[in-house]
Write a protein that binds this ligand. Structure first.
Ligand code: ATP
Length: 630
């Protein structure tokens, strides 16, 4: 018997989730469900909670409050506009785009002067949709250690008013309802405005996208006219005679199509009323639509690697010669071997010789992620300027305290039943279920759907049409249960995902603990709270040690069957600033030039004094909290 097995709870009165199925309080249900000692939640004996015929199943799900499952016509079901304020004048709703790349953006006209006029319909579509994320209200004090490493002193900003933003950017930030910068934004905004290359790492859902978009776009606003390529007039545009070659100033590359569309969405909001024109290109959707958008001019290009390289090979369609900023989002994923070739093509002018090379000395390179294993960090340095700034909020790869993490023992053979019962143990809410295989995703989705639960699924074998429709249904609420493979783990930002379930925990070979962190990070974003439930059994022993460290670090309950894995002290092999032999940064970081002066208490920003006498590289750590809420 393995040590793990010997610590499993055994026998006794085996509870079934049926006992909780009629609970009205989610918390009460969870407490009983998982037991105060993390006891095995599911019986291996048959239970009678699962209806045997479909009408009864649908009736039971409806009685619990789940919406009726609908067959595959999601787009039609969700086409409605957001609810409006009675006092607002009627505004014609912008119809849902056929593809996310076609989504409406602010169309600039040269007659506009410095700032474009308000476009009420677009404003409503960009800033007032029900499904947009709402920041949580802080119920407890949060403090993060922020480590900054680099040759320049970064003065964090605590208020967007003091950040030196372009007035239109300031206004757009207000329209986004971003009241205060998050800790990563506090440091990245000044670092990027100062012109530094940046490698940044902060927890999931902490606003990293805006941390780079706000300063980059703000820097370009006001200069766009002089920097951008020729732009046809959108109001008289003739696709036969007026089309131009896209020459973006900003390139943002990320690993998944869904994430690309999401970053594009944020760029659409932050470019509102300016001449900066964002576009997105990603695989699976027709090239025609994306090409047509590029031909109207593009300043901000968000892309997945494959489609980008494809378009880069068409020199009359896309040129990177004007690029001023290259951002790699989910950088550790993008720096994996699979992408190496693509990434070096993207870093033209840095690593490879190309006719279209961008030789601009001012070209800035930025990398962002919530996880950043040491090997990826070392690789990242090859692409950055020598004087790049590295910013990290909390430990690289850590989760944050507002995700309640539950690990429950469920044998493989019992997983479906346990899942079904779990869906009845809590109030119906938007729930994301992760499995490790595409076929499993289909099977689990079918299983739930046939039992009257409003589920849909997404994985890489699905057509892009199906992927976009599934996400739309999930966001719109017509299918509030989404079964997904890891493809959606990274970056997805959907409001009110209150529960993430790891039906399968990620294996060590498939992302391991980093993928776990990304997956559970789909809930409890930007100051909200959420629950992550993971089914665990002997097959997950390979990530058990890291899982326990994550639980202890985030002050979560460790179940009985993992108690013997608790280390005396939680340490992480690669959590060090020593990035390799002879690293100047590492040496200086280690020589104790650290200033612990914080700005959390009373929002007191104290100047960092942690620099070496000769002003060379130094690392310093402060604490930061989301000033006055998110
Ligand atoms: N200052 C802010 N105040 C309130 N909400 C914000 C702020 N900045 C960003 N947000 C919102 O927070 C949500 C999460 O942001 P984002 O997706 O950029 O997080 P992230 O750190 O990139 O997460 P992940 O690592 O999971 O990709 C988004 O809905 C965004 O609109």
């Amino acid at each position: 018997m393995s040590p793990l097995q010997s610590t499993q709870p055994s026998g006794g009165s085996l509870r079934t989730l049926q006992d909780e199925s009629e609970c009205t309080s989610a918390d009460a249900a969870l407490n009983t469900l998982h037991g105060s000692n993390g006891s095995r939640p599911h019986s291996s004996q048959p239970t009678d909670s699962q209806p045997t015929d479909k009408p009864a199943a649908i009736e039971r799900a409806a009685a619990r409050g789940w919406t009726k499952p609908i067959p595959y016509t999601y787009a039609a079901a969700d086409a409605g506009a957001a609810d409006g304020d009675e006092n607002e004048p009627p505004v014609t709703a912008i119809p849902e785009p056929a593809w996310l790349s076609d989504a409406a953006k602010y169309e600039w006209s040269d007659e506009f002067g410095e700032v474009g006029p308000v476009n009420a319909a677009l404003e409503r579509e960009l800033f007032h949709r029900d499904e947009l994320m709402k920041a949580g209200v802080l119920t407890k004090a949060y403090e993060f250690d922020v480590t900054v490493e680099g040759p320049v002193q970064i003065q964090p900003v605590r208020d967007f008013d003091d950040a030196g933003l372009h007035p239109i950017m300031r206004e757009n930030v207000r329209l986004c309802h971003y009241n205060n910068p998050t800790p990563i934004q506090s440091y990245c905004i000044p670092a990027i405005l100062l012109g530094n290359d940046v490698v940044a790492c902060a927890q999931t859902g902490s606003g990293k996208t805006a941390a780079y978009l706000i300063p980059i776009l703000s820097k370009l606003m006001g200069k766009a006219r002089q920097l951008s390529g020729h732009r046809p007039n959108p109001h008289t545009y003739n696709s036969m005679t007026d089309r131009v070659r896209a020459e973006p100033l900003v390139l943002i590359v990320c690993p998944t199509r869904e994430l690309a569309c999401q970053i594009f969405d944020e760029a659409r909001r932050l470019c509102y009323r300016t001449m900066l024109r964002p576009c997105v290109v990603y695989g699976g959707a027709p090239t025609k639509n994306q090409r047509e958008e590029l031909e109207k001019g593009c300043d901000i290009l968000v892309a997945t690697p494959g489609r980008l390289v494809d378009f880069m090979s068409k020199s009359n369609l896309l040129s990177l010669a004007r690029l001023k900023f290259t951002v790699i989002d989910e950088a550790d994923e993008m720096l994996q071997d699979d992408w190496e070739d693509t990434i070096s093509k993207i870093f033209v002018g840095k690593l490879t010789i190309s006719v279209d090379a961008n030789e601009d000395a001012d070209h800035m390179y930025l990398m962002f992620s919530a996880t950043f294993p040491k090997a990826a960090r070392e690789l990242a340095r090859n692409y950055m300027a020598d004087d790049y700034v590295r910013i990290r909020v909390g430990r690289v790869g850590s989760t944050h305290g507002n995700i309640k993490q539950n690990i429950v023992w469920v044998e493989d053979s019992e997983k479906r039943k346990a899942l079904y019962d779990l869906m009845f143990s809590l109030e119906p809410n938007r729930t994301l279920i992760f499995v490790n295989g595409k076929r499993e995703a289909d099977l689990v989705d079918d299983y739930l759907y046939n039992l009257g639960l409003p589920s849909t699924s997404i994985h890489s074998d699905r057509t892009q049409r199906e992927r976009e429709d599934a996400l739309r249904a999930f966001k719109g609420g017509s299918a509030p249960i989404l079964v997904a493979t890891g493809v959606t783990a990274r970056g997805l930002d959907i409001n009110h995902i209150t529960h993430v379930i790891n039906y399968d925990l990620p294996s060590g070979q498939h992302g391991g603990i980093d993928e776990y962190v990304h997956r559970i990070g789909r809930t409890a974003r930007i100051g909200n709270e959420g629950l992550a439930t993971s089914f665990y059994n002997t097959r997950n022993e390979d990530i058990a040690d890291d899982l326990v460290k994550i639980l202890v670090e985030a002050k979560q309950e460790v179940p009985d069957f993992l108690q013997d894995r608790i280390p005396e002290q939680v340490t992480w092999d690669d959590d060090t600033d020593h990035e390799g032999e002879g690293s100047t940064r590492g040496d200086n970081a280690a020589c104790g030039a650290i200033d612990e002066s914080g700005f959390a208490a009373g929002n007191d920003f104290v100047a960092a004094t942690g620099f070496t006498a000769d002003g060379d590289f130094a690392a310093y750590t402060r604490t930061a909290s989301p000033a006055g809420g998110w």
